[in-house]
Write a protein that binds this ligand. Structure first.
Ligand SMILES: C[S@@+](CC[C@H](N)C(=O)[O-])C[C@H]1O[C@@H](n2cnc3c(N)ncnc32)[C@H](O)[C@@H]1O
Length: 254
């Protein structure tokens, strides 16, 4: 039987937030190549598969090159295996899923894409922050904070305080991002949040203002974090549903 590859979005971390198709593909997989941010709880669903981490984390050396990932997927599919390439969030949002689809297509390998819930929306949402809200924000932008060459021109192009800004891979660059926005004329008191490990038992968040973002505590937190900047962040306490939210008044909350 011909093998095939499923490029699967794992969502933010909670297995209950996987699509049914993603869960089925994991249960049926022979081989799972997963990124470092995929939660162990999601991986457990692929108990019958060989599982290899091929991902990298910010600041660490890339463990497996992108080309090697392409080769591993292609070779396994050609030998008849059901391969799941598992990525956090959605595979086509800042996740190089598009490159992998192109490589599979060029190799003539059958593949599919299984969308996942992107953390760009789910991380704020799980903390009670809607990325849009009537009267506060009619749009949101998702930007990579990985390199200034990527986010700089985008921040430059935005009118101050006109939308919600969501930054992925931006914790290490938060001081620079905040400085650029303030320089562009964003209000210093614009609400801002950092959300770490959303959708996992380790979820942790900080809420403050744009002028406080640079000095906000993030050192020592090994989990991935998403930054949200905009007036919608002020809805966090009002919209949050969980007992955890109700019972805490501290600015860094777990
Ligand atoms: C390489 S990007 C991949 C984004 C992913 N494809 C998506 O749609 O969410 C990785 C970034 O996603 C964010 N991220 C991933 N998982 C997260 C989580 N559980 N909580 C908060 N942010 C997360 C962080 O900003 C992290 O640096």
């Amino acid at each position: 039987m011909a093998g095939f590859v499923s490029l699967v979005g794992a969502g933010p971390g909670d297995p209950d937030l996987l699509t049914r198709k993603a869960a089925r593909r994991l249960r049926e997989a022979d081989l799972v190549l997963y990124d470092a941010l995929v939660s162990p709880e999601v991986l457990e669903l692929a108990g019958g598969a060989r599982r290899f981490c091929v991902g990298k984390r910010a600041g660490r050396r890339e463990s497996v090159s992108q080309l090697t990932i392409h080769r591993l997927m292609i070779r396994a599919a050609r030998s008849g295996e059901r391969v799941v390439r598992l990525k956090c969030g959605d595979p086509f949002v800042l996740g190089r899923g598009g490159e992998e689809a192109l490589a599979l297509n060029a190799a003539g390998v059958t593949y599919e894409v299984v969308p996942g819930i992107t953390t760009a929306i789910a991380a704020p949402e799980l903390e009670g922050i809607p990325v849009t809200h009537r009267g506060l924000a009619s749009a949101f932008a998702v930007v990579s904070g990985h390199a200034e060459s990527a986010y700089g021109p985008i921040l430059e192009s935005l009118a101050p305080n006109c939308i919600t800004l969501v930054v992925l891979m931006g914790i290490a660059s938060k001081a620079n991002i905040a400085a650029q926005l303030l320089e562009r004329g964003w209000r210093a008191e614009t609400p801002a949040a950092m959300i770490f490990a959303a959708g996992t038992p380790r979820a942790l968040s900080w809420v403050g203002s744009l002028s406080e973002l640079a000095a906000a505590p993030a050192q020592g937190i090994s989990d991935a974090g998403t930054i949200v900047i905009g007036d919608v962040v002020s809805l966090k306490s009002a919209a949050a549903q969980s007992e955890r939210e109700k019972s805490t008044a501290v600015r860094v909350s777990r």
